[in-house]
Design a protein around this ligand. Structure first.
Ligand code: PMP
Length: 352
């Protein structure tokens, strides 16, 4: 009986959804959590943020435009609020973009898995183009794929997840020139790369969108991402955004947390410094190949990735096993200095 019911449900599911597997984000018990590219630091004014929560009128719907928050984000990035659209995490914006523009959706691989998962879920075609040997964009192959498939959307995560590197600016610009569709530069990790990224270039490329998130800079619990683009693009995507997608608690907490950006900036700086130290130390561990990183995480190859992953976990250290997407590789998020040191010590013992 039970099987009959689940078969009946399965056969009702759209074929493109049926073929998917859910994104794995399960909680694995550990002592040192270095698997999800989060910040190890709470905002310095976490107590003030808690006070701000008391002012939220829980009986009222949120501000559908999140005006106060948009004003702050616009000011931080030299934009007008009309250039911004907020999402429940940048994940939601990826979904809104594919819903708005459709496919084919083109992206290099390996990259952030949600582009493919969301595109397939929405029935959009996917075109995947391998990165070159240095994990940078293979412009010749990308251009060939653009001519062959004429993608509506191209996603370029720079710095890229899981490889950690920024793509060369001129390569991103070449892709923008070659495409007649929308190019999304996903800058989830840009704060750790230094510089302003592509937001200042939006004026030169009317079909470019820059994605950002607050998740990596100490506010992952709020689920807040935003896209910066022309008011025309924002207006189109806004047609399918659900009216109250950013809840009042997240709006109030973000407004309050971002008012103390100095604290957030110093956390970003210490994470970037910790990353550089870790890369140098990991390079000295026998049996480990470490890849350069502009992000708050590091990709490294160990050969027996499942074995090393398991041995690190035995010592309470959780990293991300990428063996199925980047053979032999693991990804470690930069934590607090003492967590990083513990990781390095454990890694020495885990690589045999
Ligand atoms: N883009 C990239 C490249 C990411 O790695 C992530 C998070 N893993 C996201 C977007 C989504 O971030 P969020 O939904 O938390 O804003």
């Amino acid at each position: 009986m039970k099987n009959d019911t689940s078969n009946a449900v399965f056969s009702l599911v759209l074929p493109n959804v049926r073929a998917l597997r859910a994104y794995e984000a399960k909680e694995i018990p550990c002592r040192v959590k270095l698997d999800a590219n989060e910040s190890p630091y709470m905002p310095a004014n976490a107590d003030v943020v808690a006070d701000a929560m008391r002012l939220v009128e829980l009986n009222r719907y949120p501000d559908p435009d999140a005006s106060a928050l948009k004003k702050i984000l616009a000011g931080m990035h030299g934009l007008s609020p009309d250039n911004l659209l907020l999402g429940n995490g940048s994940d939601e914006i990826i979904s809104l973009l594919i819903t708005t523009f459709g496919g084919p959706v083109l992206y290099p691989v390996p990259t952030f898995s949600m582009y493919g998962i969301i595109a397939r879920g929405l029935g959009a075609g996917c075109v995947e183009v391998p990165l070159d040997a240095r994990f940078d964009l293979d412009v010749a192959r990308m251009k060939e794929a653009i001519s062959a498939s004429n993608p509506k959307l191209i996603f370029l995560a720079s710095p890229n997840n899981p490889t950690g590197n920024r793509f060369l600016d001129e390569r991103i610009l070449e892709i923008c020139e070659a495409s007649s569709g929308i190019v999304v530069v996903d800058e989830a990790y840009q704060p750790f790369a230094g510089g302003d990224g592509f937001i200042p270039r939006l004026a030169d490329f009317p079909r470019m969108i820059v994605l950002r998130t607050l998740s990596k800079i100490g506010l992952a619990a709020l689920r807040l991402g935003f896209m910066a683009a022309s008011p025309e693009i924002v207006g189109e995507v806004n047609k399918i955004r659900l009216p109250f997608n950013i809840n009042s608690l997240s709006q109030a907490a973000a407004v309050c947390a971002l008012s103390k950006f100095d604290g957030i900036n110093s956390a970003i700086e210490s994470i970037a410094a910790g990353r550089d130290r870790m890369v140098a130390e990991m390079a000295g561990v026998n049996g480990v190949t470490v890849f350069p990183s502009d992000a708050n995480f590091i990709l490294f190859r160990v050969g027996d990735a499942p074995g090393v992953y398991a041995r690190l976990l035995e010592r309470g250290i959780l990293v991300r096993n990428l063996d199925s997407s980047v053979g032999g590789c693991l990804r470690v998020t930069v934590g607090r200095p003492e967590e990083n040191s513990e990781f390095i010590e454990a890694l020495k013992g885990a690589v045999i």
